[in-house]
Design a protein around this ligand. Sequence first.
Ligand SMILES: [Zn+2]
Length: 324
Amino acid sequence: MRTSKIGICGTDLEIIQGGYGEAPPNSDYLVLGHECLATVEDAPSNSAGIEKGDLVVPTVRRPDGCLNCQNGESDMCLTGQYKEHGIKGLHGFCSEYSVSDLNYLVRIPAELSDVAILLEPTSVAEKGVFQSFKIQDRMIWKPQKALVLGTGPVGLLTVLLLRLRGLDVTAVATRPKDSLKARLVEKIGGTYVNGTDQPISGLGRFDLILEETGVASLAAEAQGLLNNNGVLCLLGIYRPNLATQDIGHSYDDIVLGNKITFGSVNANKRYFVSGIQDFKTIQQKFPGVLKSMFTKTVGPSNYSQAYSPTKDDIKSVIDFQKLN
Ligand SMILES: [Zn+2]
């Protein structure tokens, strides 16, 4: 594949800081870049129908031998022995050329070429939303009000997916009401709340909550905001955090309200494919919104700017067609 664009997210920054990341065997370095848009330069004939010249997004995770991995659910890996391009045991795509297994390439329609670098973070949101609705097949469930905690790229994409499904969405973050993130939420018909001005305990009750800040105390508080029969999806990475809390009341609330809290990580190819369908609808219903999430685009020689986000940046991109 010849790289067109690389998206940068918090995971890249944590790898740079040494938080995690693992070089491939026999390599003493790791090429970054798990969010990638590329053109196929060469491919053997294959049943996936991938051909030279196709615009593609590679998925990130590669399976191990476990039951779920062997059946297309590497995001549900039982062992943790999977590999991830640009994160764990495999080089990423942030170089002029890279190689991927054909079975993990998602073909991108030409009309989505300018926004498709958002597909990988969208796949994470797709999984969280899909799994929430799938779990709620356990009963009659007609959700109306949703809460999204955190408005990073995945949070904003989650708000979009929920708006497509007709939900009344409130998004909470710590940026002011006139920030780009806040304006984007309002532009797609959501309600933006600055959590530093207003505690979330006063926001009422919600049928569906997606927690994407990684703040454990907020996750605990969110559970108490669920309506009866509600579902809370945790998408953050939480650090150790000892807290004193009335767990008796908390479990009682879960039982008496038939509530669910579950975790969701990564995404398999199916969620990339559903993301493409949702992108087409988003481009029609909310034109310009996806593109306005690109707050910084630099050429490869200015990579250091891309990896140094300011607090108002949403998505930084390295564009390999850009010379500087
Ligand atoms: Zn596995």
